[in-house]
Design a protein around this ligand. Structure first.
Ligand code: NDP
Length: 336
């Protein structure tokens, strides 16, 4: 069987640190080419990770007949145009989150892929973590009774090398909400198997992001079945660590150090005062699993780990969080 060829759009940090290795770790895929607006940047990335070809424009990349799938990790404002062009060229698309800057653009991306008959996924990596999948299965089988409340602790210190467009370029979708709250949303939707109906939130600029761009947010999401989820996301908090808690009628689940790119963290359950450490199955690199499931979907076996619709939904919630912070109102999430 020939390997599935992946083309990479954007000489990005995430492609360099995780995704190209994840593509090449599969028996059935390889990274064929990198496209960067800068030939120099593209060449550096390609040399570092042994990628054969480099392009400096989209048309050339999309004309490469050995490419079946496009992975998009450019800055957020480019995702729509690149996805629509990839679909028109008959390429499948795995796009980074947030899918776009507006819901209407995200819908156009999904529509373009549907029309072209190609598969589209969203790279929400966290649902690939063994910890998150364990939480979902525990809740599904009633380990804490009926879930009532959740808390997400996702306030981190934005690494120095990422303090670029995320903190200074609104046109690229800067700010912590489109960067981190989208991940919280996807994680909670995945674990609770439920949808957010309304949100209220407040944001702040705490000195890292440029004036007017939020680098911290706290808020509440209310889910359809009644769970209230509180979240704290930030670029400005260096020492807190991350975590996730789900509290139900019969017990509570605590997951420590799980809002991260690495396959780490632990879970315990508390019922009354009794604390039980939960045994986890084998862990897999989150991005390797995402690519593995995407490749399987190309073979007609299941769906990408996070679908295009998952990306649309997490974006809808994040945009509602921004609207709530701006207006001071509780916002009903519109998905349609
Ligand atoms: P980077 O800032 O590293 O890169 C973004 C784009 O900027 C690149 O695709 C590249 O495009 C361009 N670029 C890279 N370096 C430079 C430079 N020195 N000067 C000018 N332009 C440069 O972004 P990230 O990797 O942090 O994020 C990319 C996307 O991935 C975003 O959508 C983000 O939200 C998402 N992401 C997702 C993660 C996940 O776990 N799912 C984790 C991290 C990011 P080009 O080469 O074409 O110029």
């Amino acid at each position: 069987m020939p390997k599935k060829g992946w083309g990479i759009i954007g000489a990005s940090t995430i492609a360099r640190e995780y995704m190209i290795r994840a593509i090449n770790a599969q028996q059935d895929s390889r990274a064929v080419a990198v496209m960067s607006r800068s030939m120099r940047r593209g060449r550096r990335l390609a040399q570092e990770l042994n990628v054969e070809r480099i392009y400096d424009n989209l048309d050339a990349l999309l004309s490469d007949p050995e490419i079946d799938v496009i992975y998009i990790s450019s800055t957020n404002e480019r995702h729509k145009e690149e996805t629509v062009a990839a679909a028109a060229a008959g390429k499948h698309v795995l796009c980074e989150k947030p899918l776009a800057l507006t819901l209407s653009d995200a819908r156009k991306m999904i529509h373009a892929c549907e029309e072209a008959g190609v598969i589209m996924g969203t790279n929400h990596h966290l649902r690939n973590a063994v910890t998150h999948r364990k939480l979902r299965s525990l809740i599904r089988r009633g380990a804490i009774g009926r879930p009532l409340a959740a808390r997400v602790f996702h306030a981190v210190s934005l690494p120095q090398h990422l303090r670029t467009w995320r903190i200074n370029n609104p046109d690229a979708g800067a700010g912590v909400v489109l960067d981190i709250t989208v991940h919280d949303t996807d994680t909670l939707r995945f674990i609770l198997e439920d949808e957010v109906v309304e949100v209220s939130a407040q944001t702040a600029s705490q000195g890292m992001a440029h004036e007017g761009i939020e680098d911290a947010v706290m808020g509440v999401m209310r889910f359809r079945r009644g769970v209230m989820a509180q979240f704290h996301d930030a670029f400005t908090i260096a020492h807190a660590g991350t975590g996730l808690e789900i509290h139900g009628t019969e017990g509570s689940l605590f997951a420590e150090n799980v809002m991260t790119q690495r396959p780490v963290g632990r879970i315990y359950r508390r019922v009354n005062n009794k604390k039980e450490v939960i045994t986890l199955g084998p862990s897999e690199n989150l991005y390797t699993r995402a690519v593995r499931l995407f490749n399987r979907a190309l073979d007609g076996l299941g769906e990408p780990s996070a679908t295009a619709n998952d990306g649309l939904r997490s974006l809808a919630v994040a945009l509602s969080v921004l609207e709530s912070a701006k207006t001071g109102m509780c916002i009903k999430v519109r998905y349609g």
